[in-house]
Design a protein around this ligand. Structure first.
Ligand code: COA
Length: 156
């Protein structure tokens, strides 16, 4: 792991056993688990949800993916990348069996720390707003909805 930062989040709530979840930088070895998590979390698939897409990301910015690990299982993930201008957050997901424990909050908090330490002064979160609870989560995380912008995409 190029970035030595590891956060241990102490979760409240009764998932059983230890409530500690480790937030760490993902590695190429996590690619299968991350793709499985996105599938299990029933997130809206993005055009780059595949091995090649994640390999490119790990090659280009090795610490851009944060994963939440509980007893060795990847239960949450977030892409937090800095392009030199903005910090950008994508593809936040938590496994359905681990929701409402504060896992997403811990991932975003670690992502904000990471992006700020790299020099980001504004962070954009790309949010699939039709996902139940997604907008509520981001508002609770103190991100403001920006009504002045919308997204245009070109996919190859
Ligand atoms: C949205 C998502 C990431 C939240 O993960 P999570 O780990 O359950 O969230 P947290 O436990 O950290 O929640 C923090 C706060 O956000 C809000 N929140 C989270 N999920 C919510 C929901 N379904 N409905 C309403 N508010 C919600 C609450 O205020 C919550 O605090 P509380 O539990 O003390 O009330 C998760 O439900 C998920 O993976 N959904 C599918 C993918 C998705 O929608 N991703 C986000 C868009 S890119």
């Amino acid at each position: 792991m190029a970035d030595a930062s590891i956060w241990v989040a102490d979760m409240s709530g009764g998932h059983g056993g230890s409530n500690k979840v480790v937030i760490r930088s993902g590695t190429a070895g996590d690619i299968g688990a991350i793709l499985g998590l996105w599938r299990d979390a029933e997130t809206k698939a993005s055009a780059t949800d595949d091995i090649a897409g994640l390999r490119t990301l790990f090659d280009r910015e090795p610490d851009a993916v944060l994963v939440a690990e509980d007893h060795g299982d990847v239960v949450g993930a977030l892409i937090a990348a800095f392009d030199g201008w903005r910090g950008n957050m994508y593809r936040l997901a938590v496994h359905p069996e681990h929701r409402r424990r504060g896992v997403a909050r811990a991932l975003v908090s670690a992502g904000v720390s990471r992006l700020r330490s790299r020099g980001a002064r504004r962070i954009t979160a790309l949010v699939a707003h039709e996902q139940a609870g997604a907008s509520d989560f981001w508002m609770n995380a103190c991100f403001e909805l920006d009504p002045r912008t919308t997204r245009f995409v070109k996919t190859f």
